[in-house]
Design a binder for this molecule. Structure first.
Ligand SMILES: Nc1ncnc2c1ncn2[C@@H]1O[C@H](COP(=O)(O)OP(=O)(O)OP(=O)(O)O)[C@@H](O)[C@H]1O
Ligand SMILES: [Mg+2]
Length: 594
């Protein structure tokens, strides 16, 4: 059914908070132990940073100003130890946090891919493969960088800041309050930048997806591009997509780095205030030089995590921009889902296929129906042939049987059960399909045939290839069954691809056999061989075949003639010839053409 209605994304909950909550809730639970350990090391590291600032005061006042030489070495030793502890705990914390964030993102990636595998064909028609690859690879990578950075640095930054603020307040409350008056202003500015960055990031990821989609289409269609001399035009189109990504990247850096000058200016002003006010305080004896130095030290140190947190927010918002696109996909509800506790038929039962007043449209709201009021029965042990002009709906009927789509009116029953009540995996296990557009994977020939049945042995594979008249040509290939065939079977001829796909269906050994133009690319001799093999295969199964050449279907038990999505006539070859309708006309024209 249409993607618009059924495969719509659920309303996304996209506030920063709710998305973070979702990541925590769904993906962090397994890592709680490690997380606590990492936090422990983080607190130690932050406390060490603050104690460096705190130590400045006694060093100034008790040791240097007081001329207490006996304390020089112990203090120096303490400071050294503080640095050592800080170094080690920072390292351990970083390693642990990075481990957690990498597993979180890998899990998101796995979930996303698994989710895609179960979405319906309508979804895949609406979303080209380049776009989907980009979501799994590029969007998730941006998320990966953001999550890793946030996990590693956010807590550390916040804790260090808190400790240092405590140091500052313990030195001088008034001065501290004055120093932090600008803080809300800074926070507002950081939030504003974040919002803009998130928007840019979303657009940027969209641009990347368009680019990879473009590239994948061009590489797949390279023959057409070269044959029609479209290289320079494709170059132009792709340059435009590349430039769009470049511009957004430039903008993202421009906006993101605005926080630096704004930060520096504000801090410069604060410094002016602290030094002026503090200088007079020290002159008047209200404050020791050590206290002022310690306060300034704490402020300088606090300024670092503040800057980092501002940058971190930028990274987080960029990550969330990509995250939105990932969760949008994860929230897409598949239009075709198997029922809970789906029904199955007993083993050995030969299922029939019944279409009962079936209507179907690829797009909802479209007047033109691909099928309307189609009723027929395909009995076990018989061959039902679907014939009719191109676009009359033959493939559409075949598509409904493995539930690639659901009909919008009427019902399809298999083995006496309404299809929507049958366990989906079980239904598909019982079907062998040779589709009109054959898919060959970039793998060995053996693996391509073996795709038909999990755990098939080499012997089974060869037997199936023999039955499909493919064994001989396979043995002539350089490495026989171990020959790799290139992307989409590029190294094979059309007829060879077809025979491999038939061997795959033979291997499956399923009670329902669907053959869509299975022998259209074969020469007369191999077609005869394959036809014989298929005849043997059809015995005892429920078979539906589509063939343009009517000579190949005239032995079928039942012939259904389609015209614009409706059944125009049906019956045996002889009955239809006697009826002298569409079929008789098609048959006569076919004979003349041959
Ligand atoms: N994925 C799709 N989305 C929208 N419309 C589609 C889709 N697939 C097919 N159609 C439309 O449905 C109608 C029936 O197509 P179908 O593929 O069933 O024809 P067919 O009888 O198999 O033709 P052919 O002999 O050329 O293979 C056509 O008008 C076609 O344009
Ligand atoms: Mg077709």
């Amino acid at each position: 059914m249409s993607n618009d209605t059924n495969t719509s994304a659920a309303t996304p909950h996209n506030s920063t908070f709710s998305m973070m909550k979702r990541i925590m809730h769904s993906y962090l639970r397994q890592h709680v132990g490690m997380l606590l350990l990492a936090v422990l090391f983080m607190v130690v590291a932050a406390a060490m940073t603050a104690s460096i600032a705190k130590l400045l005061q006694p060093i100034m006042d008790d040791v240097l100003s007081a001329g207490n030489t006996a304390k020089i070495v112990p203090f120096a030793f303490i400071v050294m130890c503080v640095f050592i502890v800080r170094g080690i705990s920072t390292y351990v914390h970083t390693i642990l946090m990075n481990r957690i964030s990498q597993s979180v993102v890998a899990q998101v990636q796995k979930d996303l891919f698994a989710h895609f595998l179960h979405l319906d064909l309508g979804f895949f028609h609406a979303n080209p493969s380049g776009q989907l690859i980009s979501r799994v690879v590029s969007d998730v990578s941006v998320m990966r960088i953001a999550v890793a950075d946030i996990f590693t640095n956010a807590g550390k930054g916040v804790f260090t800041l808190i400790f240092l603020v405590v140091v500052m307040f313990s030195q001088d409350v008034k001065l501290s309050i004055a120093a932090f008056t600008v803080f809300p202003l800074l926070a507002w500015f950081v939030a504003y930048l974040g919002k803009r960055l998130r928007h840019i990031s979303r657009n940027l990821q969209g641009g990347m997806a368009d680019l990879s989609d473009k590239l994948s289409q061009i590489f797949q269609g390279i023959r057409q591009v070269q044959a029609y001399g479209m290289e320079s035009q494709e170059e132009e189109h792709t340059s435009a997509a590349i430039d769009r990504v470049r511009k957004l990247n430039v903008k993202s850096v421009q906006v993101g780095n605005l926080s630096t000058p704004v930060n520096e200016i504000l801090v410069g002003i604060i410094f002016f205030g602290i030094i002026t006010y503090g200088g007079y305080q020290v002159r008047d004896g209200m404050m020791s030089a050590g206290e002022l130095i310690s306060f300034l030290g704490a402020f300088i140190m606090a300024y670092e995590p503040m800057k980092k947190l501002a940058k971190l927010n930028n990274i987080m918002q960029t990550g969330l921009g990509a995250g939105e696109r990932v969760f949008e996909m994860l929230d897409t509800v598949p239009a075709i889902v198997g029922p809970e506790n789906g029904k199955v038929w007993e083993q050995g039962h030969k299922p029939d296929v019944v279409f009962d007043d079936v209507s179907f449209a690829y797009e909802t709201g479209e007047d033109e129906r691909a099928l309307s009021g189609v009723s027929f029965t395909a009995k076990p042990g018989t061959v039902t042939a679907l014939v009719g002009a191109s676009g009359s709906g033959k493939t559409t009927i075949i598509n409904l049987i493995p539930r690639f789509y659901d009909c919008i009116g009427g019902a399809v029953r298999v083995g006496g059960i309404d299809m929507k009540d049958i366990d989906l995996a079980f239904l598909r296990q019982n079907i062998a399909l040779v589709s009109q557009d054959i898919t060959i994977f970039d793998d060995t020939i053996g693996a391509n045939i073996g795709y038909g049945l999990k755990g098939a042995s080499q012997e089974d594979i060869e037997k199936a290839a023999q039955a499909a008249a493919a064994h001989d040509f396979i043995m002539q290939m350089p490495e026989g069954y171990n020959t790799r065939v290139g992307e989409d079977g590029m190294k094979l001829s059309g007829g060879q691809r077809q025979r491999i796909s038939i061997a795959r269906a033979i291997l499956r050994d399923a009670p329902i056999l669907l053959l869509d133009e299975a022998t259209s690319a074969l020469d007369n001799e191999s077609e005869k061989l394959v036809q014989d093999a298929l005849k043997a295969l059809e015995k005892g199964r429920t078979t539906l075949v589509i063939a343009h050449r009517l000579s190949t279907v005239q032995d079928a038990d039942h012939i259904i003639v389609l015209n614009k999505g409706k059944i125009a006539e049906q019956g045996s070859h002889d009955a239809l010839m006697a009826h002298d309708g569409i079929y008789a006309k098609m048959y006569t024209v076919g004979l003349q053409g041959a």
